[in-house]
Design a protein around this ligand. Structure first.
Ligand code: ARG
Length: 253
């Protein structure tokens, strides 16, 4: 009897550890997909009062509609998002993640939903390019490709990490750092929303393809998302959402 109980317990443990991500078929049967984002990266994903909104929130809603499912949203700290895929806490992440070789080892990316890159933002008009960051203190969000790329630049005096990109922006606005490296469209939106801060848009430090991510190897979900993405890119839905938030169509070309 004792042995039997031990065996049952062991089997339960094993099934728990080898539990797989939900396939698209399972998600479809359930009628809802769990999607995680940050909610702190305007105009891509942010809160308008209590409402989660933004370019990629609306893109995800349009994808879900094509896929025939509803979205149950989760909003979490940026650097917790990819880890949650591994633990099957949600089915998909859409939070402006650039496709990198390192991330591709841990998760599976779908086709990109937009192309952009990291730019230099500063108050001093003499700080515009990657070279100009030499000898300067630069603010970036923790866990981002901006952090990675700025760390590689020679001569940067100090890289200051912020869990939230909006705090990196505030550090620049209040003069605690010399520059902020963030997404080009995030920078543009920040410049518009706080013209008084005197921030200036500089050049690209690097460019990247940005895509939703699912659990590593969840091919049925990757295929379903790619198909839906092609559909919304072909029927004008994507273009309308893109122009609403970014004033242009930012698909990769
Ligand atoms: N594109 C950058 C990266 O891949 C930044 C993404 C930041 N996203 C966010 N929701 N704060 O790391």
């Amino acid at each position: 009897m004792k042995l039997l109980i031990q065996l049952v317990a062991l089997t339960l443990c094993l099934t728990a550890t080898v539990s797989e991500a939900r396939t698209f078929e399972e998600i479809k049967k359930d009628g809802k997909i769990i999607v995680a984002t940050e909610g702190g990266f305007p105009p891509f994903n942010f809160y308008q009062g209590p409402t989660l909104t933004g370019f990629e929130v609306e893109v995800a809603e349009a994808l879900a509609k094509k896929m025939g499912v509803k979205i149950e949203w989760r909003a979490l700290a940026f650097d917790a998002l990819l880890a949650g895929l591994r633990q099957d806490r949600w089915d998909m992440v859409i939070a402006s993640f650039g496709i990198t070789p390192q991330r591709s080892k841990a998760v599976s990316f779908t086709d990109p939903h937009y192309c952009s890159g990291g730019v230099v933002v500063a108050k001093d008009p003499a700080i515009r390019t990657a070279q100009d960051l030499s000898g300067k203190v630069v603010a970036v969000q923790t866990g981002t490709t901006y952090l990675e790329s700025v760390q590689k630049l020679p001569g940067v005096k100090e890289v200051k990490n912020f869990p939230k990109d909006t705090d990196a922006r505030s550090a620049l606005a209040s003069g605690r750092v010399d520059a902020w490296v963030t997404d080009k469209f995030v920078a543009k939106a920040a410049l518009e929303s706080s013209a008084s801060a005197g921030l200036k848009l500089g050049d690209f430090v690097f460019v990247e393809k940005i895509a939703p991510a699912v659990k590593k190897g969840n091919t049925s979900l990757v295929e379903a998302v790619n198909k839906a993405l092609q559909e919304i890119m072909a029927d004008g839905t994507y273009e309308a959402i893109s122009k609403k938030y970014l004033k242009e169509d930012i698909r990769c070309r």
